[in-house]
Design a protein around this ligand. Sequence first.
Ligand SMILES: [Mn+2]
Length: 369
Amino acid sequence: MTDEKSGEDIYGKAYTESNEPIFSGIPTFLKLPQVDRENLSEEAVDIAILGAPLDTATTIRPGTRYGPRAVRAASTVPSPPYQHFNIETGVDPFDTFKVVDTGDAQISPGDTRQSQLNIEDAVAEISEQATPIIIGGDHSISHPDIKGWAEANDYEDIGLIHIDCHADTGDDGLTGFEYDHGAWVKRVYDEGIMAGENYTLIGPRGFWPGPETYEEMREAGMKWYTSMEVGNMDLDEIVADAVKRATDGTDAVWLSFDVDAMDPAYAPGTGEPEPGGLIPREAIYMVREIVKALDPDNFGFDVVEVSPAYDTSDTNSYNGGVTSGFANRLIIEVMGSMALAKKGLEEGSPIKPKEPLGLQGDVEAPADD
Ligand SMILES: [Mn+2]
């Protein structure tokens, strides 16, 4: 590690000595410290977590208002925050970043548009001080997420990498609502802060949106890799292309992950599941590699559409439903890759066996008789 800081330096003795089980106590994200948004400027915070429990811009099944709470609580790792050394990647984000949970944006039940504007304000507020990581909520939150983040940082041109089953490029929702969860990409595009050439979608499949919308996306210079293409192509090539497109002439990059990109077998807890999706290793690998290649100081992330009532294993998610646990894990992976990027490292320092991997030494040929 090139960085001399440790989790203990960042979080103090209380965390070193903390041995409270994960199921006990107040469930902030990974039981990280909670800091109110108005007090953020008083602390040197690197990453600020925000919940956006809005689900009234959903077309089919609601329930993602319970997403942030479930994702926060979903952790099977009974450790304090500073001990998240990832044994595969060899990095612990909490050795590099001070991460805090800033609670939820104010939702006004029944008033979808006002709630979205509140989310925009809350994201702008945290983005003044830190890199924002937002937990949805339905996918309509990504328009206010990106708008608040871009405004706080004076970004004029942003790149967008969007991992999702659906393009979300509709002009509006089913009966005309402009800020529907299937229209947020179009809203971002219409803001004039994202060129089509800086947009890449990974994971689409199924039947929505229709060919006219895909034709418009094509004309706008947008690019996409379908779920089947993810399965059949070299993931490194997809990652490199998405990163190149997102960073080409832009000030910053937003990564938006809709859990319905995943095959429903791996993420059943969502409103609009569609067969034939990504597997967790593909998604985790791509997210790791994408974020590692981006500037962590000009970056934002959201994970959306976790709907705990449809989840399995633990629908309360007080120790990790399948889907809420996956979303929780994605956030840790994102922060780990941000830490590598911050240190200028290509790879972390995983502990490996003494002997190289694979069969070693002379192998005796089977007896020939
Ligand atoms: Mn979506």
